[in-house]
Ligand binder design. Structure first.
Ligand code: SF4
Length: 250
C-alpha cells in the first residue's frame, strides 16, 4: 500500500515503545567489522530491519555487505524527485550487480508537494522545508513498519559525523552505522577488491551526491561533503538530526 505521510490511515499501526541498552550494544560492536555489524543489526530485528541508501558516491560498500548477508533485506531509496538521472541509473545497475531483491523507491507525498511546493521552487526558497517534505516525512512514514535501520555514514566525513556511534536510538527504533569506523582508504579498498562500480558522477569530481539543486563539486581543499548545500550553512538533510517525526510511529 502507498504510505502517505499526510494520511494517517495509510501509516502502519504503532508498535509499543521499546527500551534498548544502546551502551551495551555499542561496546559489543565497537571493534566489529562492517559485515558483522550488518549481521548484528539483522539479528536485532529479524524481518523488521531496513537499510536506507542514497545510491550515492559511497553507497555501494554498505550495500555490498548487506547483499552478502541478506540480499532480500529491504533497501529504502529516497527519490526526492530532484535526483540526478545518473543516480537513478546507478540504483538500477547496482541493484542488479549486487542481486538486491527488495529495493524500495520512496517518493514524497503528492498531497504534500501540491500544498507546500506547487511551483517546485521550495528547494530555492526554504531548503529545510524542502528536505522535510521530500526526505524526512517520507522516510519516517516508510520506517513506521520497521524496528531498526542502517545508514552508511562514516566518521571520516567529519563535522557532526566525526563522533558517530555504531548504534543510535531513533525513537522506538535503533539505527546502526556499520561503516562508522571505516576510513577512506579502507572504503576504497572495498571498492577495488569487490570490483564495485562507481557512481557515474564521481569521475566528474563529485564526492557526495544528493539532489541536483543542492549538490556541487567540493572546493579544492574541502571535505568530502563540502559540495552539499554549499555556502548555505546546512550540512544535513534532516533524516539524521535526532529521532524521525513521532507522527510516523502512529
Ligand atoms: S537536498 Fe535540496 S532539493 Fe533535495 S530535498 Fe533537500 S532542499 Fe530539496
Amino acid at each position: 500500500m502507498f504510505i502517505d505521510p499526510e494520511n494517517p490511515e495509510t501509516i502502519p499501526a504503532a508498535a509499543p515503545p521499546r527500551r534498548f541498552n544502546v551502551a551495551a550494544l555499542e561496546a559489543e560492536l565497537a571493534q566489529a567489522s562492517p559485515r558483522d555489524i550488518v549481521e548484528a543489526a539483522i539479528r536485532f530485528a529479524p524481518g523488521r530491519m531496513a537499510v536506507v541508501s542514497s545510491f550515492g558516491a559511497e553507497s555501494a560498500v554498505l550495500l555490498k555487505f548487506v547483499a552478502e548477508v541478506d540480499p532480500s533485506l529491504p533497501v529504502l531509496f529516497l527519490d526526492t524527485q530532484w535526483l540526478f538521472k545518473e543516480t537513478l541509473a546507478y540504483r538500477d545497475a547496482l541493484t542488479a550487480r549486487l542481486g538486491l531483491t527488495d529495493v524500495r523507491t520512496v517518493t514524497p507525498s503528492p498531497s504534500a508537494l501540491a500544498i507546500r511546493d506547487p511551483k517546485r521552487d521550495l528547494a530555492f526558497r526554504d531548503r529545510d522545508a524542502c528536505c522535510e517534505i521530500r526526505k524526512v516525512a517520507p522516510l519516517a512514514a516508510e520506517l513506521a513498519g520497521f524496528d531498526g535501520w542502517m545508514s552508511g555514514r562514516k566518521r571520516y566525513h567529519g563535522g557532526d559525523r566525526a563522533a558517530l556511534p555504531i548504534v543510535e536510538e531513533d525513537g522506538r527504533r535503533l539505527k546502526f552505522n556499520p561503516l562508522a569506523r571505516l576510513s577512506r582508504p579502507e572504503l576504497n579498498a572495498v571498492f577495488a577488491t569487490a570490483k564495485l562500480p562507481r557512481h557515474p558522477l564521481e569521475s566528474l569530481g563529485f564526492t557526495s551526491i544528493g539532489c541536483v539543486p543542492c549538490t556541487h563539486k567540493p572546493s579544492v581543499d574541502g571535505s568530502i561533503r563540502d559540495g552539499r548545500w554549499s555556502g548555505l550553512g546546512k550540512t544535513e538533510c534532516g533524516i539524521h538530526l535526532g529521532p524521525l517525526p513521532a507522527s510516523a510511529d502512529r
